[in-house]
Design a binder for this molecule. Structure first.
Ligand code: ANZ
Ligand code: ZN
Length: 857
């Protein structure tokens, strides 16, 4: 009697066995080659859904495969546990952020364990615990010493009704998320890390990160945004100060018609002191928003300051100075010269304020006498004209010549600028790592002495008042100055939570160390060989981690400079969306399909509107909880479906029919040990390999070894969906194989054993169970990956012509390695041959290997 597959029992049993035998524990420093595979550690937001799970399973397959190949694998897991949702939960549900976070960690940990993820749990880290964040405080103090951290004034989002600073995510359409009040800009003193010191290195290294997606490298390049050009000094006719300008196009200086200043430019501030109209203009610019996108879409507006400057190339030309809303203070110098003919923003501005538009670049093939612009700026290549000593030069030549001239005139110099800004790390929030700084009225800003670390968060806080609970805690911030001993105050800001995720991969190398991490271990394990996570982290998290690694190296913490050797960004898991008649979102589990095939709400039978498939999200409720799938089908089935459906970097559509298809395949696999010949092939597995195999057995063996080879290379390339297809093909071949004798039993046994071994990374529980049912005493999880017998790796069978007395009578398909005795035995059974030999005794049997057979009678 076939025993049904009891996934609940099987999965629990093997998870316990693995745990007990500690098979996933990484050895610090070993003879084996190391392999560090890491999935971006999760924010403990609640329960796991299949969108999260996909990420972890992709890494798990690789970790299990690399272990079987003989690598010393580090595959750790931890929790990115500080952050805003915990605080929001505190405010909305009156639950302490720590309680909320720890409960979520507990649930999610057990769900990951139930998925059979092969983590070394002894290395688990929790970023909101002082054991972790104290090291972050120490690293920050080291950065401070090394000149990599500094303080400056910067704008924050201020909710005037709540009286609190808002995170960017809490600003929705320019309004506070709770109060709905228009958000204001406020200047606060904040801490910054000098990521810009590494702009060039961050850019250059991208060339070598050839195992990163090109798209991510491009996004990082654009974010760093290196521009080469010139820094110009324009003499003002009215004040003593020069106006400094950055341009990438000094070749167009003869076409300049105005100067533009950012509303936040220091000169504007000075001028507006006794110019109320200018003050009003600046305030209006601020109110319109300052994001790059706001600036690009807003109508161009300017304010004429009545100052003028000289054009260094045309001393008798004076250019008016405007304050303009499309100029950013924190790019270049916060001031430009406008060349309307060749820059679209300048063109719009000049058109509006009736400023001259003089073309100085002539497109190829145009006549200089008749050329005119067609209602927009010309930004292409060409030859310079109307430009005195630059005439007839190409744009690149013109840029070089113009820079040379500016340098000789003392009016400018070559300059490279970056879009990358220093990283502002202060947050006016409770649930984050306290910034270890003390403010003394006498001694100023002081680092907390290292022997006083960690600065821990107080537990007794309340959220019933607006603002940061750390700031209005009755005692926490009051300390004595470490220098003069008098009353001083702690910094009440906490770190941006990207700080914790910028070095956790190093902490995993020595997670319980008294120091941040031990250099020898970090240098052994790092860089991470394969990092896996969402494309949404293409810029910030990945750039900050790269910067941190460089900064840690500079401070002597480690010797690698790039944290992630290879990166894989997985696609999203999507699901249809459902709404009831009132338009409220419904969970898939709240709906069903009625007899007429219509989707209805289970509770009252009312019709449900089915929306298109979208990324699984809490807000749209189109979630499939890991818990539900594990309960209904088991972890392996969920793993199989996610791996089979589409390549990892693409989106995956979660459907009930998909998971059911996987379930059916699981049951076919299970039948391997209920095979009618199970006893025969089990016995054969323990006997020596036969010397010869018949044609069909050789064919099966050929497929087995080709499958090992292909699955191996597919796993290396993340072609997991192809691997799953190959497992199915091998399964088909096993089911179709017709066993005749004990040699065939051996071939069948080999096929079954191999299938079980190569399915193990994807379906670890079922594979482990089948393995033990085959009678093996070892844990499959600790077995080596099967070896490919290359002599069997032949893609195609060959066609062999068979002659009788020199005349071709038929052809047969054989495996090229088929032994002569087997060929002979086979041929003599064929009707097409028998009719010509007519049972006469053979005079001779001639086999020219792989070419031809001639039977002489
Ligand atoms: C004169 C000029 C003439 C420019 C021309 C362009 C075309 P990228 O390539 O992105 O680095 N610019 C400089 N600082 C700016 C700021 N703070 N806010 C807004 N715009 C600024 O862009 C460099 C160009 O953007 C600079 O070159 C400057 O305009 C403008 F035919 O200078 B250009
Ligand atoms: Zn002091």
């Amino acid at each position: 009697m076939a025993q049904p597959y009891n996934f609940r029992e099987v999965e629990r049993k093997w998870q316990e066995t693995w745990e007990k035998s500690q098979v996933f524990k990484a050895q610090d420093i070993s003879e084996k080659p190391k392999y560090y595979v890491l999935e971006m550690f999760p924010y403990p937001s609640g329960k796991l859904h299949m969108g999260h799970v996909r990420n972890y399973i992709l890494g798990d397959v690789l970790a299990r495969y690399k272990r079987a190949l003989g690598f010393n694998v580090l595959h750790p897991m931890g929790w990115d546990a500080f952050g805003l949702p915990a605080e929001n939960a505190a405010i909305q549900n009156n639950i302490h952020p720590k309680t909320w976070t720890l409960e979520n960690v507990r649930v999610m940990r057990s769900e990951l364990q139930a998925m059979g993820a092969s983590y070394d749990w002894s290395r688990e880290i929790l970023s909101c615990s002082p054991e972790y964040y104290q090291h972050e405080q120490k690293i920050f103090l080291d950065f401070l010493k090394a000149g990599l951290a500094y303080r400056k004034e910067s704008y924050v989002n201020w909710d005037p009704v709540e009286g609190t600073v808002l995170a960017n995510e809490q600003v929705i359409d320019g309004k506070g998320w709770r109060s709905g009040a228009p958000v204001e800009r406020r200047k606060l003193s904040q801490w910054f890390l000098k990521i810009t010191d590494f702009a060039d290195e961050l850019l250059k290294d991208l060339d070598d990160l050839d195992q990163w997606p090109d798209q991510v490298r491009l996004m990082q390049r654009n974010w760093i945004g290196k521009s080469q050009g010139a820094h110009l000094f324009f003499k003002t006719n009215e004040t003593a100060e020069d106006i400094e300008v950055f341009t990438t196009r000094p070749d167009t200086l003869f076409g300049a018609s105005f100067i533009g200043l950012a509303p936040d430019h220091p000169l504007v501030e000075k001028l507006s002191r006794n110019n109320p109209a200018l003050k009003t203009f600046v305030a209006e610019c601020h109110a319109a928003g300052t994001s790059t996108r706001d600036l690009e879409t807003a109508e161009k507006r300017g304010f004429n300051t009545n100052l003028t400057v000289q054009n260094p190339f045309k001393p008798d030309q004076s250019l008016p100075v405007y304050v303009a809303n499309f100029i950013l203070m924190d790019y270049g110098t916060g001031a430009i010269y406008g060349c309307p003919a060749h820059d679209q923003r300048d063109f719009e501005f000049a058109t509006k304020y009736r400023l001259p538009i003089v073309p100085v670049v002539l497109p190829d093939g145009e006549n200089p006498e008749t050329f005119s612009l067609q209602g927009e700026a010309y930004t292409g290549d060409g030859t310079l004209f109307h430009s005195e000593f630059l005439n007839n030069l190409s744009v690149p030549e013109g840029i070089e010549t113009a820079i040379g001239k500016l340098e000789s005139l003392g009016a400018g110099k070559r300059q490279t600028v970056y879009r990358l800004r220093d990283w502002g790390i202060s947050r006016q929030r409770y649930w984050g790592c306290p910034i270890p700084i003390i403010h003394c009225p006498t001694c100023g800003i002081l680092p907390v002495p290292e022997d006083q670390l960690p600065v821990t968060l107080p537990d007794d806080v309340n959220f019933d008042r607006p603002g940061n609970p750390l700031a209005h805690h009755p005692t926490w911030k009051h300390v004595n100055c470490p220098e003069c001993g008098r009353r001083a105050e702690r910094e009440t800001d906490t770190f941006d939570t990207f700080m914790e995720s910028s070095w956790y991969f190093a902490r995993f190398c020595s997670p319980h160390s008294k120091i941040a991490f031990e250099a020898d271990k970090a240098n052994y394990w790092l860089p991470v060989d394969q990092y896996i996570g969402g494309i949404e982290h293409a810029i910030l998290h990945l750039l900050y981690s790269r910067f941190y690694t460089m900064a840690l190296k500079k401070c002597g913490y480690l010797s690698v400079s790039e944290p992630f050797k290879a990166l894989m960004t997985q696609g999203m898991v999507c699901h249809e969306t459902y709404r009831d008649e009132s338009g409220s979102w419904l969970y898939p589990t709240e709906t069903t399909t009625n007899d007429q095939g219509k989707v209805i709400k289970i509770s009252d039978g009312s019709p449900v509107k089915v929306g298109r498939s979208e990324k699984m999200s809490k807000s749209r409720k189109n979630l499939v909880a890991a818990e539900t799938i594990i309960d209904d089908y088991g972890a392996d089935c969920a793993r199989l479906f996610m791996l089979s459906d589409s390549p990892p970097e693409r989106d995956l559509e979660w459907t009930d029919s998909g998971i059911e298809g996987s379930w059916r395949f699981m049951n076919r696999l299970w039948k391997l040990i209920n095979h009618p010949l199970v006893n025969e092939y089990k016995a054969a597995l323990r006997s020596a390999k036969p010397d010869a195999f018949c044609d069909s057995a050789l064919k099966l063996r050929g497929q087995v070894h080709k499958t090992i080879k292909d699955v191996s290379s597919d796993i290396e390339k993340f072609h997991y969906n192809k691997c799953m297809a190959r497992l199915r093909e091998l399964m088909n071949a096993i089911e179709a194989f017709d066993c005749q004798d004990s040699n065939d039993h051996w071939a069948l046994g080999e096929a079954v054993r191999t299938l079980i071994q190569i399915m193990a990374p994807a379906l670890p529980h079922m594979a482990e169970e089948l393995w033990s049912q085959l009678g093996f005493q070892t844990l499959l999880t600790t077995e080596s990956w099967p070896q490919v017998d290359i002599s069997l790796l032949v893609d195609n069978l060959i066609t062999l012509p068979i002659q009788v007395n020199g005349k071709t009578r038929t052809t047969i398909e054989i495996h090229p390695e088929m032994p002569e005795v087997d060929i002979k035995a086979h041929i003599l059974t064929l009707a097409a041959i028998k009719s010509h030999t007519q049972d006469k005794p053979l005079k001779k049997f001639i086999y020219v290997p792989r070419k031809i057979v001639n039977v002489l009678v």
